[in-house]
Design a protein around this ligand. Structure first.
Ligand code: OAD
Length: 262
């Protein structure tokens, strides 16, 4: 039977030992890791101002072709949320864990930069980034003006900027449904998952492939997998430990148990 740890309990001792002994950890994260920073998860981002819409309306190439102002406005709303947010204890504990482990890579489905801002150095973004838009026509990277977030990004239609090279529409730098993941990042993530001894899957519903394959690849290659999520997910079947609770509560406690109480 799989050990289940609830966040009110002491961390499981065998997981604490596995962390201490790990030579190579992959931390695979989803939207839940940023939830405690106030960033809505992907599913929750279709609420409030955006409740009339779904992923088909906002996160596909066809949606951008159909109504680029609507799509750009939604991504600007999300980018504003990220610019106004701070890394939470989960992001910080992951960055701190890396200081104790010979090799640790964060593989994230998140399009924010909160892992980097918490101090994580090796971060692979499988679904792109809100901060790196590019021209739909010629691929030229677009740089946002620094400083104050665009106030107009607060949940309304906005025209995308024009490319400085060819005048084409700039598109969000994220991977949309129906698009390929960046091949270098995906290949690298798969290789790391198959080489690590311990993989954490944190704050992800495990519903979106091919990213959701990563914990399964790790398990098949012999790694142990620890899950952190308030709810049961698709990935529970692949894990050695399922820790039910908020990442920002559980991760600092695990770090403390593994390295600060020896
Ligand atoms: P989801 O929004 O599907 O799932 C978020 C998960 O986080 C859920 O399982 C929640 O239970 C969990 N969660 C919520 N609060 C948490 C907390 N405080 N600590 C830990 N877990 C918490 O997000 P993802 O799994 O990241 O793809 O979604 C994967 C991909 O689906 C996204 O990258 C996006 C979306 O479609 C693309 O845009 C291509």
């Amino acid at each position: 039977m799989r050990p289940i740890f609830h966040d009110t309990e002491t961390p499981p001792q065998d997981l604490v030992i596995a962390i201490r002994q790990a030579k190579h950890i992959v931390v695979f994260t989803g939207a839940g890791v940023s939830a405690e920073s106030g960033i809505p998860t992907f599913r929750d981002s279709f609420t409030g101002l955006w409740e009339r819409f779904d992923a088909e309306d906002l996160a596909t190439p066809a949606a951008f072709r159909r109504d680029k102002e609507l799509v750009w406005g939604w991504y600007e709303w999300r980018r504003m949320k990220v610019l106004g947010a701070q890394p939470n204890p989960a992001h910080r504990a992951i960055a701190a864990l890396a200081q104790h482990i010979p090799k640790l890579t964060v593989v994230t489905q998140n399009v924010d930069d909160l892992h980097e801002r918490a101090g994580s150095q090796n971060v692979l973004h499988l679904h792109g980034s809100l901060h790196h838009p590019y021209c739909l026509t010629c691929g030229q990277a677009h740089t946002f003006a620094p400083g104050v977030p665009n106030e107009q990004g607060g949940g309304r239609r906005l025209s995308p900027p024009a490319c400085s090279r060819c005048g084409g529409d700039v598109r969000p730098g994220v991977v949309w449904f129906g698009e390929d993941l960046p091949q270098r990042e995906l290949l690298c993530a798969n290789t790391l998952a198959q080489a690590c001894d311990l993989l954490f899957a944190i704050g992800t519903s495990g519903l979106v492939y091919p990213a959701a394959q990563i914990p399964i690849l790790a398990k098949q290659a012999g790694a142990r997998v620890a899950l952190i999520n308030p709810t049961v997910t698709q990935l529970d079947a692949a894990c050695s430990w399922s820790l039910h609770g908020a990442a920002g509560e559980i991760l600092p406690r695990l770090l403390q148990a593994a390295f600060l109480q020896i």
